[in-house]
Design a protein. Sequence first.
Length: 279
Amino acid sequence: MEKQQLAKYSEWLQSHSSLPDKASLEDYGEDTASLIQQYGVLLEYETMQDLMPRGMYVLPSFDSIFTWQGVVFVQQGLYKGGVFKFQLQLPEDYPARGPELRFVSEVFHPMVDAKTGRLDLVSLFPEWRPGRDFAAYVLPHVHRVFLRREYFASSSSRPSLNEEAKQLYLSDPATFAERARACASSSLQRVHEEDFRPSGSSALQFARSGPDEAHEAIIEQFKATSDQSLPVEERKKIFVDWFCDRYVNTCPSNGDHCTTSEGENPSRVAGYPPHLGSR
């Protein structure tokens, strides 16, 4: 199914994009070539939703369309419960060269450099093929890194970016699992921190207070709308209206100065994924 999605995605991009190839870009002025390149990146971002794994959110940086900032909520496996932020950087000559991805959350994993957070994309894309490989193709791998065995113990002859993590996984899986759980726990404790660079460049922000407050508020509202004398549909409407007033409806369409009825930015509401429009 995923291969079919990738094939459809590639076909769609090629059929809907009239972008010139790298060689013909040189025939344009610098400003025009830059606009064409940015258009291609925007087109790719707009059409990548079918490839986005469940529990992942990605937004372009406020500063550059060539910087995508994301977060993945890990729902199973050794890193279950972790919330890991990452940044996908497209080079200036994209798509001639592939992107680079680094985690801004600390990740103990064989494929992640412990010092820089860089994910080993060279192992996943040994030869970058412009026009056939796209930045969006990286995103499913970010999800699988936390789940699939082949990402922990690759058969590649290339050394792992974190050889300590690889050897621990192979020699002492139980201890590796403990390190992975600790990594997931640490990601939750630090999820509210501004890790993206430059500071303030991302819309992906989280509350410091954790999920309990939002959970309790919703439970209380459920109780408040449990009057059995009211029809079920009316009770549903009351709850939905309350939820939208608190978390959604006070946001302007452009997302600026987005606040809830209590003055909070809903993208910072504890326990909820960032406010990402349609997703």
